[in-house]
Design a protein. Structure first.
Length: 640
């Protein structure tokens, strides 16, 4: 038999004799790149690999089994199951472990150590096994289809999961582009291997494990036809969740429960009220279980939000309270905030923003006996008590308190912040305070109550200043005051806006003090001039006979001394006060003009010295005058 006939007889059931590839018969080997087993392009018959005896067909490389096709193979045993039919199964792998032959129509195998996951329903499908892991997808026994996967370290151990993973561009910035890809869901057996769960989401990235029949990692569940197709008002069961997001159901009639119920009876026959969004007794006092009206994320225990883009009425009211009851005491709102040792407790806080007229709190009292628009009381034994606290800032005109009418302080007076730490640029008032005071014109007048009924102006004779006249002298203490308009309940203007000038009378106090000081200085200067006149020796034409009487019993020589005298740039003054009192040590010229005030103020009895620096003075004669409560001692001083 020639080479061509031998090849066809041994390896091919049917092959075109004329077109079959020649095969090197020397050792039945292929040793050139042109040699192969097969049919050439002119063949009219398929290439068939056939074993006449009931033997498998094996495919090997490197003399190692890579793939095999089983023969007729029935009555087999695997994983304790007998009578198995493995006929005609194609296996890819070496099948040198727990699986010695293919166990499914297509079986990919690599070094399986156990076959505990195998079941007889595996057959017409694809089976993959490796180590302790098994995966199968195909028909299951009686014609149904499905998936089987397994991992066994023992009869009960850490089970293997079945994942659904999507992969995108390798190295992309999204999760799908990562090495592990985007996990979109997983089946998770329970550790007892008696039940399992399905989780939706990327559990790998989250580092979590589903533990319910349906476990949604994030987002939520959407049922597109739930509303309105499945509304049934006759049902009395609702779906609720626990703190872990697990769904439960409960009878809607039990939602009230104890002291915290949700039952509202519009007919007023029920004793149940809305207490809180919490079912339990007693109701919790903490920051949990808040109630929101118009707000799905309530911040407060009761959080009301009203936002109307197109209002249907003139007034928008967030919360309205009406109490027509005839109790002895009626309180519209009663707020008690007891923070024990907290830094700050506020009984009521009201904020109004972004309108033409803004009232933080508007109190209106209408009655027949006593009306109090706003009443503030702070009587506790605290370090600091504020009956009413007002703050205003950031606007052109700021009024922390505005009153149309008289004000009354029962115990004390207005106190102003005057601490040095609150001030910068502190300077003395400019000279001429007496001139400012003389320019002001105190007046008597009556208010025009008929022309300005809304201002509650007092009746009778008033005493004060006219703002326009003050503005010409001290414009900084005159400012524009605007009393805003008042609207009625229909939005109409009930009282028009009124603007007028006001005077800050308290700012006149520094000018009055400075004027008095200037006046006292002038008196002291006149006294010094009189003393100087009396102390100078009379000339031939001087008919003066007045002598300045020194205070006390001592003479001028011991009361005030100048040493040295005459002097050039400095000299030492020594003076003695035999009693305490207001003293003044002043320097004047021979013509009586005041040059310097060396010392001034209250002093105790005793002897004093003063180093008189005179470098800034011109040469000539000066008079030093010492005054103690109006009594004078004068000495001449000569600067060379």
């Amino acid at each position: 038999m020639n080479t061509r006939t031998l090849a066809c007889a041994l390896w091919m059931g049917a092959c075109s004799a004329l077109n079959a590839q020649d095969w090197n018969t020397a050792g039945n080997t292929i040793n050139t790149t042109a040699q192969y087993l097969g049919c050439d392009a002119l063949s009219t018959q398929p290439l068939r690999l056939t074993t006449v005896p009931n033997q498998p067909i094996q495919f090997r490389t490197d003399n190692t089994l890579r793939m095999h096709l089983t023969q007729t193979l029935t009555g087999q045993t695997l994983n304790g199951f007998t009578g198995l039919d493995f006929t005609g199964f194609l296996g890819v792998g070496d099948f040198s472990g727990a699986y010695t032959r293919a166990a499914a129509r297509v079986h990919a195998e690599r070094n399986s150590s156990l076959a505990l996951g195998y079941r007889p329903m595996i057959g017409e499908g694809f089976l993959a096994t490796q180590g302790e892991f098994l995966y199968y997808g195909g028909l299951l026994g009686g014609g149904t289809s499905g998936i089987i996967w397994a991992k066994y370290t023992s009869s009960v151990g850490t089970p293997g999961v079945f994942k659904f993973i999507y992969t995108g561009n390798n190295g992309g910035s999204n999760v799908a582009g990562s090495q592990t890809g985007l996990e979109m869901g997983r089946f998770q057996p329970e550790t007892t291997l008696n039940e399992g769960y399905f989780g939706v989401g990327d559990w790998m990235t989250a580092g979590a494990t589903p533990d319910e029949r349906l476990d949604v990692l994030n987002r939520t569940i959407r049922i597109r036809r739930l509303v309105p197709d499945y509304q049934n008002d006759l049902l009395d069961k609702v779906v609720v969740t626990d703190d872990n997001g697990r769904l439960h159901w409960r009878d809607a009639g039990t939602l009230g429960g104890g002291d915290c119920d949700w039952v509202v009876d519009p007919n007023g026959t029920s004793t149940q009220d809305i207490c809180t969004a919490y079912n339990g007794s007693p109701c919790p006092w903490d920051n949990s279980n808040n109630v929101g009206i118009g707000n799905d994320v309530p911040f407060a225990k009761l959080d009301v939000v009203k936002d109307v883009a197109t209002p249907s009425s003139l007034y928008g009211v967030g919360l309205q309270l009406y109490m027509p009851s005839e109790n002895y005491y009626n309180w519209g709102i009663n707020a008690l905030v007891n923070g024990f040792t907290q830094v700050e407790n506020v009984g009521g806080r009201f904020v109004a923003e972004n309108a033409g007229i803004v009232y933080g709190v508007q109190g209106i009292a209408r009655g027949t006996s006593t009306n109090i628009g706003v009443f503030g009381s702070a009587r506790t034994q605290a370090t600091v008590n504020y009956g009413v606290y007002g703050e205003a800032g950031g606007a052109t005109t700021n009024w922390a308190g505005y009153f149309d009418g008289r004000g009354f302080l029962n115990a004390g007076s207005w106190v102003y912040g005057s601490d040095a730490s609150l001030k910068t640029g502190i300077q003395d008032l400019p000279s001429g305070a007496l001139g400012v005071i003389e320019a002001l014109r105190p007046r008597t007048y009556q208010y025009d109550q008929a022309a300005f009924p809304s201002l509650n102006l007092p009746a009778g004779t008033q005493y004060g200043l006219v703002a326009q006249e003050v503005q010409a002298v001290l414009p900084d203490i005159v400012s524009q005051v605007t009393r805003p308009e008042v609207l009625d309940t229909t939005g109409s203007v009930e009282t028009a806006e009124v603007s007028f000038l006001g005077v800050e009378y308290t700012k006149l106090i520094p000018w009055l003090i400075a004027g008095m000081q200037e006046q006292q200085q002038q008196i002291a200067t006149l006294q010094a001039q009189v003393a100087s006149c009396c102390a100078a020796p009379p000339s031939d034409t001087d008919s003066r006979s007045l002598n300045a009487a020194p205070f006390g019993s001592a003479t001028n020589e011991t009361k005030l001394t100048i040493q040295p005298n005459p002097f050039v740039d400095r000299t030492t003054l020594t003076y003695t006060l035999d009693r305490s009192g207001q003293m003044l040590l002043v320097v004047t010229t021979a013509r009586g003009r005041q040059v310097q005030v060396l010392r001034e103020g209250a002093s105790e009895a005793g002897s004093y010295t003063y180093e008189w620096e005179t470098s800034s003075l011109s040469s000539g004669m000066y008079y030093l005058t010492l005054l103690l409560d109006g009594e004078v001692v004068t000495k001449k001083a000569v600067k060379l």
